[in-house]
Design a protein around this ligand. Structure first.
Ligand code: DGY
Length: 324
């Protein structure tokens, strides 16, 4: 690499518009899918780059950042940034950006879709039909949970939690939430949402428990055996945040033993691996981390990450660009 233009590494293919945008300001290398899922490869390559656009599956550890001698910015192609050592980035004076806002609506739609699919047993019913078992309309077949009047408990009432709550209200659900702090009174009023300071109490009161919090030391394995035991037997769990917010062994046991009635999981602790006991758990929807996967949203994520890189490389700070 010898051009005087800045060198930008995108760890795997992203929407073309964002790649073209970055090609106007620098020499862009796009890695092959899977190449940068381990820190080792990144440690070997990072020293040549001025900017890194990485995925939530890219471990940007202190070792990576230390080797990034020219690195000025890491832009995560995601709103969650638990894959990046933020403290180390600050130590090495490397900016970190994520992509809030642009994926909120797609994630809100998706959480609602997971809940509808889980509560009405769509996956099992479709499989039944495909297996040739549908022999005519049945009064007692595939009876699910109706959402109207049920309580949705949300842990993590940020943008995505609120987007889900807004949709759930339209389905007649009552909203309770647990968060680091109270949300703005006008939003709380609009959602008719009740703040529950204790997440255990929230779990005990929820017909549906939704995880929309970031993964931090405090939220790691927040849903464990003890919490699952507090949930009503008919309760459903939805997780589109991060897999490690749940103790998956405990959840799999709870599902196998009817401690709770079902779970829809978009995220897993050891992605792409899925806990083997979850694969055989009843009433469980398992999806490959696709909450933000719409054409519009993924392009918007790419453009926001690309603009964060250009604003740093060109020394034109943009107040719209997140700086973590
Ligand atoms: C993110 O962007 O952090 C989410 O995991 C998208 O689904």
């Amino acid at each position: 690499m010898s051009s005087s233009k800045p060198h930008i590494l995108i760890t795997e293919p992203i929407p073309e518009k964002a790649i073209s945008y970055l090609q106007k300001i620098g020499e862009v290398t796009v890695g092959e899918k899977g190449t940068y899922q381990s820190a080792e490869t990144l440690i070997n390559d990072i020293s040549s780059y001025d900017a890194l656009l990485c995925m939530l599956s890219t471990p940007v550890s202190e070792n990576v950042l230390r080797q990034g001698k020219k690195l000025k910015i890491v832009a995560n192609f995601a709103v969650g940034y638990d894959n990046i050592d933020i403290k180390a980035a600050q130590k090495y004076n490397i900016k970190v950006a994520n992509t809030p806002d642009v994926l909120t609506e797609a994630c809100g739609d998706y959480a609602m879709g997971l809940l509808l699919s889980l509560s009405r047993k769509l996956k099992e019913a479709e499989q039944y039909l495909r297996d040739g078992k549908f022999n005519g309309w049945e009064p007692l077949g595939f009876l699910g949970m109706e959402l109207r009047g049920r309580t949705l408990g949300i842990i993590g009432m940020g943008r995505i939690g609120q987007a889900f709550a807004h949709r759930a209200r339209a389905f007649g659900m009552k909203i309770i939430y647990h968060n680091r702090s109270l949300i703005a009174p006008e939003i709380q009023q609009k959602l008719d949402a009740t703040y529950i300071p204790d997440h255990k109490e929230l779990a005990a009161k929820s017909d549906v428990l939704s995880l929309n919090c970031p993964l931090t030391k405090e939220t790691h394995h927040l849903v464990d055996e003890a919490l699952l035991k507090l949930m009503p037997e008919h309760a459903l769990l939805v997780n589109i945040s991060r897999g490690a917010v749940i103790d998956e062994e405990a959840l799999a046991n709870a599902l196998h033993n009817n401690i709770i009635a079902g779970a829809a999981l978009d995220v897993f602790e050891e992605e792409p691996d899925v806990h083997p006991k979850l694969l055989t758990a009843p009433n469980t929807l398992l999806l490959p981390h696709i909450a933000s996967a719409t054409h519009r949203t993924r392009e918007a994520i790419g453009m926001l990450a690309a603009k964060a890189i250009s604003s740093v490389l060109e020394g034109k700070p943009d107040p719209e660009i997140p700086n973590l």
